[in-house]
Design a protein around this ligand. Structure first.
Ligand code: FAD
Length: 479
């Protein structure tokens, strides 16, 4: 028996469901990663930081597989890397290597499901099997259902059922060490194409000094263990190092979800419990996407599809370019533009601002995030946007509208985060930093900033925007 393990969003050499399965059942195991042209060609920038992140992880994985094979007396191994269309490359490689089976970890996105069924079909035509495994979540698809056997659409009861079902079985690692000797050496002449051969640069990834690959994921997780007890108290304050910053690693599988959940679960306490709850949100949105792939195009709640958004390209551009005049919103947009990351509290604030203050369709914001976040994940991003726009499952009710100034006063009270990204407001006193348009001329000159010239005046008035939003959502009242 020979098998081919196809790596996608699981770029690690430990605790890996598909690799575990292949090593247990096959005498010879090959590994492959495809830089898929169907995905890469559609990216809006040739400097996309995600490609650099993946490239680094793939390079590290190649070396780690080799070390793993040698440590168990094998002749060395590695990752075969292709640049082409996965739907063609995988069947072609499987045939060339003469494997009986292609093993991979399940992906719940509609486009991935379509891709995988096409690959499975092409393989079947040659008598090659295709098997996929649950790996990137703890519970998937129909594993957590209501008492009436229906999928949940409200988070809290889902989380309760999820926690009730959790036991050590579901967080056990899928070990790969024991049979790693079955890893096959890389075919002669195989090498990983350089980033520029793929047609990409790494953008500013190096300047961000983001910890990369499984090594980086490990560093972040170990550091977070020292902060986890404070997570509940600190996680909402973007100026504080409160959260784990593991989202990109979770997205690309350079950490293992089982290891993270097992740690939080065993550690206990309010910090770990709150963090575990965030990891449950991640499963929740993957489950929602799998059951309701239509959310990619339309609102989760059908009646909300009637909401008419404004056609306001100037306001949308002001939001994208951090020129709204609302300092925390602008600081947050500069954070995503510069670093490819945005703090969760800020994601909620800017998403609410775009939809409820600027009246712009959540799908435009969703797309902007998809293009700029290094941790972009279709399920979580769509879920987060629909939540903020009040169109989603378990969304905040449309009549509860974030006040961007109050949010700023509450979660960045001293304007520390604001000043980090909006240095124009460096010398603005705390009492004006959340709403600098309220400053009179004397205060403006004392702070060395002219509102409307050095920093924009507010693009909308929140009170009237709020009234417009309530009217806009009137079409679904009682619906
Ligand atoms: P931590 O607070 O340390 O949380 C740990 C992990 O839990 C995260 O890495 C993430 O995997 C998961 N998680 C936390 N909150 C959520 C959530 N609300 N939904 C799903 N999973 C969650 N997260 C993404 O990973 N990719 C996205 O594209 C994304 N888009 C979002 C868009 C909007 C509008 C909103 C409101 C939220 C979005 N989130 C997204 C969720 C959340 O903001 C990020 O996961 C989080 O900020 C990442 O930082 P962290 O790893 O330090 O999080």
């Amino acid at each position: 028996h020979a098998a081919l393990v196809w790596f996608r969003r699981d770029l690690r050499h430990f605790d890996h469901a598909a690799l575990h399965h292949a090593l247990r059942h096959a005498q010879k195991v090959h590994c492959v990663f495809v830089f898929d042209r169907d995905i890469l060609d559609a990216l809006p920038s040739r400097e996309d930081r995600r490609v650099g992140f993946i490239h680094h992880a793939v390079t590290e994985l190649d070396a780690a597989l080799d070390a793993l094979a040698r440590a168990t007396g094998g002749r060395g191994a590695g990752l075969i890397v292709r640049h082409g269309r996965a739907v063609e490359e995988i069947p072609r490689l499987a045939r060339a290597l003469g494997v009986d089976q292609v093993c991979t970890n399940r992906d719940y996105e509609p486009a991935a499901i379509t891709r995988d069924s096409r690959v499975a079909e092409a393989l079947a035509a040659d008598g090659i099997g295709f098997v996929d495994f649950k790996d990137q979540v703890i519970f998937e698809r129909d594993e957590v259902l209501t008492q009436g056997n229906a999928p949940f659409s409200v988070f809290t009861p889902y989380r309760n059922a999820w926690l009730k079902k959790l036991d050590s079985f579901f967080v056990q690692a899928y070990p790969v060490e024991k049979h790693a000797g079955a890893l096959a050496p890389k075919p002669e002449g195989e090498r990983i194409p350089a980033l520029d051969e793929l047609g990409f640069g790494a953008g500013n990834l190096a300047e961000l000094r983001m910890p990369l690959g499984v090594t980086g994921g490990r560093v972040l997780f170990e550091a977070f263990k020292g902060r986890i007890d404070r997570y509940k108290r600190t996680r909402d304050f973007p100026a504080v190092k409160g959260v784990s910053y593991l989202s990109t690693h979770l997205r690309f599988g350079t950490v293992s979800i089982r290891e993270l959940v097992a740690y939080a679960w065993q550690h206990g306490g309010e910090g770990a419990e709150t963090w575990l709850s965030e990891l449950v949100w991640r499963d929740f949105y993957h489950m929602i996407l799998w059951h309701h792939p239509r959310v990619v195009e339309t609102t989760f709640k059908p009646e909300y599809a009637r909401v008419q958004w404004d056609d306001a390209p100037e306001l949308f551009a002001a939001w994208c370019e951090a020129r709204t005049g609302y300092p925390l919103v602008d600081a947050a947009m500069r954070q995503i533009n510069q670093t490819g990351y945005m703090h969760n509290r800020l994601r909620m604030i800017v998403a609410s601002f775009l939809t409820k203050d600027l009246g712009v369709d959540w799908r435009l914001g969703e797309r902007y995030f998809a293009d700029h976040l290094i941790d972009f994940d279709l399920a979580a991003n769509n879920g987060g946007w629909q939540w903020a726009a009040s169109t989603g499952c378990d969304a905040q009710p449309y009549f509860r509208i974030f006040n961007p100034v109050t949010q700023s006063e509450k979660f960045d009270p001293e304007g520390r985060f604001i000043r980090r990204y909006v240095p124009e407001l460096e010398r603005v006193p705390n009492k004006f930093v959340h709403a600098p348009w309220t400053m009179g001329g004397i205060d403006q000159s004392a702070a060395g900033v002219r509102i409307g010239t050095d920093y924009p005046a507010a693009v909308v008035d929140h009170a009237s925007a709020r009234a417009r939003t309530l009217a806009r959502f009137g079409v679904v009242k009682g619906g």
